[in-house]
Design a protein around this ligand. Structure first.
Ligand code: FE2
Ligand code: FE2
Length: 194
């Protein structure tokens, strides 16, 4: 695996300045949440930093690269290409950055849609992407407060916000996002009954 300094240099060279700043913000927030909730801080730092490594690659190239990596894209990922950089980013993180840790790679892979039964690290990266200091959208302050109080509650709010945004824009909603939201609600329901 490349050193953190090497990762930073490589990443900076392949993304817009604003995306690089965002990546540093996600890294910083991931580390804080990992400390708070007892996740692996080093893994959170690496995953947060690298999560958007494929984001600024032109869409046609992303599609080609995904095919070359043997990534099977579903219909919704093809129709909403902004979703591809999750799975593609994980493949690039492995090949070009030498990251082998499956937990880190899965957190990168799932940060665009979420999924059922996410691990603590996956949730932390997903939420950090949403609430890093550079993010500015109505409700982000509430979401930040929630993220530091109750991770699952914040995840539900983030999914709700994604679902609202996607439907208002008339875009396709990836079913994994719905499964992800239901999965957290189910777990919470079970916890509350016990
Ligand atoms: Fe992303
Ligand atoms: Fe991001």
């Amino acid at each position: 695996m490349l050193s953190m300094d090497e990762i930073i240099i490589k990443l900076k060279a392949c993304m817009k300045e604003s995306r690089f700043k965002h990546s540093l913000g996600v890294m910083e927030t991931s580390v804080i949440l990992a400390r708070l909730y007892g996740a692996d801080v080093k893994k959170a730092e690496i995953a947060g930093l690298i999560h958007d490594c494929a984001r600024d690659i032109p869409v046609q190239t992303q599609l080609k690269m995904a095919e070359n990596f043997g990534i099977l894209l579903d219909d919704i990922e093809r129709l909403e290409p902004a979703l591809i950089h999750g799975p593609l980013g994980a493949a690039i993180a492995r090949k070009d950055y030498g990251i082998e840790d499956e937990e880190i790679l899965n957190a990168v892979k799932l940060h665009t849609t979420g999924n059922e039964n996410m691990t603590l690290l996956e949730k932390i990266i997903f939420l950090s992407d949403y609430i890093e200091p550079g993010r500015c959208f109505p409700g982000v302050e509430d979401l930040r407060v929630k993220a530091f109080k109750d991770l699952d509650e914040a995840m539900i709010c983030a999914y709700d916000s994604t679902i609202r945004y996607v439907t208002e824009k008339g875009c396709f909603l990836h079913p994994r996002t719905v499964w992800a939201r239901n999965s957290i609600l189910l777990h919470k329901g079970r916890e509350e009954k016990t």
